[in-house]
Design a protein around this ligand. Structure first.
Ligand code: EPU
Length: 356
């Protein structure tokens, strides 16, 4: 294991922003990790752990040490007739883990197909898409405490998962390195096709019968995890920009959740505002709020371009980098969007992406 200096981070962040790290190291196995805790470059500097770099915006060089998680390996820990427990190391590519499980016919993470990034980053923000969140199938998270190098296991309940949130992102931010996770998947069909766009896609492609319940038994063709993963991948491809083609980090902003009372007041003023009920709270898609504001009257942010950065034409939640721009340009654009949404709707949107 070698600690490198003045390392170029451009290929390591999906925004494709130019940035350098004072120190850089790749961790390929757990013994590398144990060794790393002894290095002065690690002990005496600020640290940042990087997976796929798909949820980060560099606005500056990083004056510390970047640790790239390359821990590999996927194992079936135990199984019975109904369940299978799968442990994946944190440096695995998330979508490869999804492909592995859907190939085996296991249910649980098929709705999370094609989410960019690594397995180790998934618990940080409780990744979610198309009606499923990581917390729905997570068993535990293995970590190393950064100050002591001690290994610890967080049970699901200890992770305090919320919408795009966990203890690793909030109260324990920067305290732990996520080395592995274990998932509990199902061998018994458990499709979750409650998300409107997903259900409509499966219906219009005749993969399920229109208006049938989530049960695959009601379908003439038996639904497989692969069908759901393929549908999700297709929907994502049609709406979200491929970071290999246009720099981006997926949703730049979080959706907004408000109480019914607040929603009622807003709906009186903005009757066209779409709302989605989720348990006790109601979600307002931030994409809609952004789409209905802009740099000036009569112009929407959606599809707006400012120099080398902009707002994606098909999904207003996604900020994009066309190349040659800087992280600061994206940050400035994000701030303008946040303040225009606040001025019009009185809603303060939060960013989902980690701004460095
Ligand atoms: N909408 C607009 N304008 C747009 C796009 C969407 O008004 O440009 C409105 C529509 O009313 C639409 C609603 O927003 O019905 C929901 O849109 P979509 O299904 O695309 O989902 P989202 O709420 O905008 C979230 C996640 C995505 C995830 C999708 C699907 C967040 C911040 N984003 O987006 O996650 O793929 O749901 O589950 O929660 C990511 O985190 O990087 C990400 C892409």
């Amino acid at each position: 294991m070698k600690i490198l200096e003045n390392y170029d981070l451009t290929p390591l962040n999906t925004f494709g922003m130019r940035a350098r790290a004072r120190f850089f190291v790749e961790v390929n196995n757990e013994s590398d990790l144990k060794e790393l805790f002894l290095f002065p470059e690690f002990k005496n500097n600020s640290k940042m752990f990087l997976g796929g770099g798909s949820n980060v915006l560099f606005t500056n060089d990083f004056d510390g040490i970047i640790v790239l998680n390359k821990l590999k390996g996927v194992d079936i820990l135990r199984e019975d007739n109904k369940n299978v427990f799968i442990r994946s190391m944190g440096g695995e590519i998330w979508h490869n883990l999804v492909s592995f499980t859907v190939e085996k016919g296991y249910w649980g993470i098929e709705n999370l197909a094609l989410i960019p990034g690594t397995v180790g980053a998934a618990p940080m923000q409780n990744i979610g898409a198309y009606g499923v969140e990581l917390k729905d199938i997570l068993e535990n998270v293995e970590v190393f405490e950064i100050e002591t190098g001690a290994k610890k296991v967080f049970k699901k309940t200890e992770c305090e998962f919320g919408y795009r949130d966990s203890v690793f992102k909030s109260k324990f931010k920067g305290k732990y390195f996520i080395s592995a996770i274990t998932l509990q998947l199902s061998k018994i069909p458990k499709p979750n096709i409650s998300y409107k766009f997903l259900r409509e896609y499966l219906e219009s492609n005749k993969i399920i019968v229109k208006n049938s319940k989530a049960s695959p038994v009601a379908s003439p063709i038996r639904l497989q995890p692969r069908d759901v993963a393929d549908a999700v991948a297709e929907i994502r491809r049609s709406k979200l920009p491929d970071p290999k083609v246009i720099g981006n980090a997926g949703s730049f902003f979080k959706n907004v959740f408000l109480s019914e009372v607040k929603i009622k007041i807003l709906l009186e003023k903005f009757p066209d505002m779409p709302i989605f009920k989720e348990n006790e709270v109601v979600k307002i898609p931030s994409a809609w709020l952004i789409e209905h504001c802009g740099p000036k009257d009569g112009i929407s942010w959606k599809g707006y371009k400012e120099g080398s950065v902009g707002v994606h034409i098909k999904q207003a939640l996604v900020l994009v980098h066309y190349g040659g721009g800087t992280g600061l340009e994206v940050k400035n654009l994000a701030e303008k969007i946040i303040s225009s949404v606040y001025d019009k709707f009185g809603i303060k949107m939060e960013t989902e992406v980690n701004i460095i």
